[in-house]
Design a binder for this molecule. Structure first.
Ligand code: FES
Ligand SMILES: [Fe+2]
Length: 359
């Protein structure tokens, strides 16, 4: 893995009133797998604390490469494990009394007596496509679906370049933004938009494919966009560019950090559409370098595009019920599908605000 500064996070500036000051939070934290960061930020032995659903989450990687996520407070006397907690081989040591916890969360060592019967409050975590996914359930339930189960075309996706921004908004904003068709033209400047297959939803997944063009100088470059929704984690947008022999895997990922706030991760990786079968080490090295350079160039444009959305997300209010106009995208159908991710009406979850029931 390459070295890079861990978890560089931008904070979106307030230009006008930020969305979280526009009223009480409109939506509770949804259930599902959400991005907690990117694999390359966790070298073996590394620990980072990230905000996740109103609390901190301490994520660490053991020396033998096992990634673990735990809520931050030591069950012994409450020290924050992200403040000087450390990985020792396969165990995690709390900074206050040096109790050590195994990867299943069990306390396995005390420096001054038998290990007490304590367990860290671990959360399910997995790594896919270079992304760290953490499971959230409003009552602490175990995962009911796998983030990879409904997504296709990602077999070679790995090692993305990415940009992380903290701002106001909800994963719902990011997810339904993809089916807000008119904004693709009026905010992002795409032309000749054509929905090839309308949104289809099955369980926690959704898919929609479209075709659109972009003016680059005098030329119009047409691309096909395969959009996939892994729950309310955001969107995976795969862009096929057959004239260049390239396939770009993009992620717009939104993770709630606190009421009305989210961490937005934009990530992208690039592949050859039709790689040759026999690849020697020199080819691998050259193509990796060339692809990486191209990946950064394409990501520059992706970031420019996303910046338009970020300003909108940060300052908007979540409109519910939406007052849709003729020609709008299928926001209603998308919201109907989204309801499954929110705590039910009788939930005792502390974040189960009411407003989302009008979705
Ligand atoms: S508070 Fe963590 S070891 Fe005591
Ligand atoms: Fe957008």
């Amino acid at each position: 893995m390459r070295k890079k500064p861990p978890l560089r996070v931008n904070r979106y500036p307030d230009t006008v009133l930020p969305g979280d000051k526009s009223g009480p939070p409109a939506l509770p934290y949804p259930d599902g797998w959400f991005c907690a960061g990117f694999s390359d930020a966790w070298q073996p032995g590394a620990t980072h604390t990230v905000p996740y659903m109103g609390e901190d989450l301490v994520i660490y990687r053991t020396e033998s490469d096992t990634l673990r996520a735990t809520r931050p407070y030591c069950p012994h006397l409450g020290a924050h494990l992200g403040f000087d907690g450390k990985v020792l081989g396969e165990e995690f040591q709390c900074p206050l009394h040096n109790l050590r916890y195994a990867t299943d969360g069990t306390c396995v060592h005390s420096p001054y007596g038998p290990a007490p019967k304590l367990s860290l409050p671990m959360l399910p975590v997995q790594e896919r496509w270079g992304i760290v996914w953490v499971w959230h359930h409003h009552e602490g339930g175990a995962p009911t679906w796998d983030v990879a189960a409904g997504l296709t075309g990602l077999d070679n996706a790995r090692d993305p370049v990415y940009q992380i921004t903290d701002l106001c908004g909800y994963p719902q904003d990011v997810s339904e933004n993809v089916v807000d068709y008119p904004h693709l033209t009026y905010l992002h400047g795409l032309i000749n938009l054509e929905v090839l297959t309308p949104p289809k939803y099955e369980g926690p997944f959704g898919w929609v494919t479209m075709k659109a063009g972009r003016r680059i100088g005098p030329a119009v470059v047409e691309s096909e966009f395969i959009n996939q929704f892994p729950g309310l984690a955001g969107a995976n947008i795969n862009v096929s560019m057959p004239e260049f022999g390239l396939y770009s895997v993009n992620w717009l990922l939104a993770t709630p950090t606190g009421p009305g706030r989210m961490r937005y991760s934009l990530a992208s990786s690039l592949e050859l559409l039709d790689p040759p079968h026999h690849r020697g080490p020199a080819y691998e090295w050259l193509s990796h370098k060339a692809l990486r350079a191209l990946q950064y160039a394409i990501f520059w444009q992706t970031k420019k595009d996303a910046a338009r959305d970020l300003g909108i997300f940060h300052h908007k209010r979540f409109a519910t019920p939406a007052k849709l106009a003729s020609g709008d995208g299928p926001i209603g159908a998308h919201r109907k599908w989204s309801r499954q991710f929110y705590p039910p009406a009788d939930s005792q979850a502390p974040d189960a605000y009411d407003a989302h029931r009008k979705l």
